[in-house]
Design a protein around this ligand. Structure first.
Ligand code: ING
Length: 313
């Protein structure tokens, strides 16, 4: 029996240093309006959607917190988005930089239902980049400096007719992310991302950035029988380019929708949650086929270590 839902992915073009939150929220509202015109049930916005990708710049934590973090959610700047989404009866995923009441800092996403209630929160666990200023680098990637490792696990929320998991950007490159959702029965994984086109460590051919992005989504979706909705913030932010490639990927690993620009662009698909059921019942019936007794290293080791001794029968 089909369980179709209207899934929208709202890709954003660049957010420049000069772009204030009011201007950015205005763009999100336009994307929401288009999602509404497509009768979407929910829309996914990018990681750190309200500001430029500030971890590319060296600054003090205090300066970053002042300029780029949200001390409350919602707040005056984003309230229009919450109000418009509620009026439209559309849920959404939104990525932003969070300062907690205790003054801790996370790279966070929230899941808001059709009544405007925050029903899920995720804090980014796989933080890429580095924690120290690299003055010789063409730009920084200071997520390990500005954010703490997430402390909310990989939550899966049953809401708006689906079991929805969340992750953020680099998380998509780690199979553990998707498996943690899959082991909780997630049918749809939502994520935002900001992926620089250039690698500061080696002259990585630019086409590999898009390839590894899409590969991570297709593998995660197929191996965990889930839909994946990935919304990028992309294009050149004050001269620093980030890849586009926002996408909707099916539980078969097929690309159902793919962005064709590096601007604000809405993707939409009527996705059938029942498609995942087929994969979960057969090829990826975890209970029937998985053998955790052989997977010990996956949680015992952090880094790679020596080969295990031959296993006794
Ligand atoms: N950005 C990038 C991402 O994982 C990255 C960083 C790119 C790491 C390519 C490794 C390879 O897509 C964020 N924000 O995580």
């Amino acid at each position: 029996m089909s369980r179709k839902l209207g899934l929208a992915v709202a890709q954003m073009g660049p957010v420049h240093l000069a772009d204030d939150r009011a201007k950015v929220v205005g763009r999100l509202l336009e994307l929401l309006k288009e999602a509404k015109s497509r009768s979407a049930d929910f829309v996914v916005f990018p990681e750190l959607a309200l500001t430029t990708f500030f971890p590319r710049y060296w600054m003090t934590q205090a300066e970053a917190a002042e300029k780029y973090f949200e001390a409350t959610m919602p707040n005056a700047a984003v309230q229009p988005l919450f109000d418009a989404a509620k009026a439209a009866g559309i849920g959404f995923y939104l990525g932003y930089a969070e300062t907690t009441p205790e003054g801790r800092h996370f790279n966070t996403s929230i899941l808001v239902d059709k009544k405007g209630a925050i029903v899920g929160k995720y804090r980014k666990i796989h933080l890429p980049g580095h924690a120290d200023h690299l003055p010789k680098a063409p730009f920084q990637h200071l997520e390990k400096f500005f954010f703490e490792v997430g402390n909310l696990g990989f939550p899966v929320t049953e809401t708006m007719g689906a079991k929805i998991g969340m992750c953020i950007c680099n998380d998509r490159r780690w199979p553990e992310t998707w498996r943690m959702m899959g082991l909780q029965g997630a049918e749809l994984g939502m994520l935002g991302y900001n992926t620089p086109s250039w690698n500061i460590h080696w002259p990585e051919p630019i086409h590999l950035r898009m390839q590894s992005h899409i590969l991570s989504l297709q593998a995660g979706a197929y191996q965990n029988a889930m839909w994946i909705a990935a919304a990028g913030k992309c294009g050149s932010e004050d001269g620093f380019h980030m890849i586009g490639g926002s996408a909707i990927v099916s539980p078969a690993g097929e690309i159902t929708a793919l962005a064709s620009t590096e601007d604000d662009e809405l993707l939409f698909a009527n996705v059938d949650m029942a498609l995942g059921d087929t994969f979960r019942q057969h090829i990826f019936n975890f209970a029937k086929h998985r053998r955790p007794e052989h997977y010990g290293l996956i949680t015992e080791r952090v880094g790679a270590g020596p080969p295990l001794p031959p296993q006794k029968e």
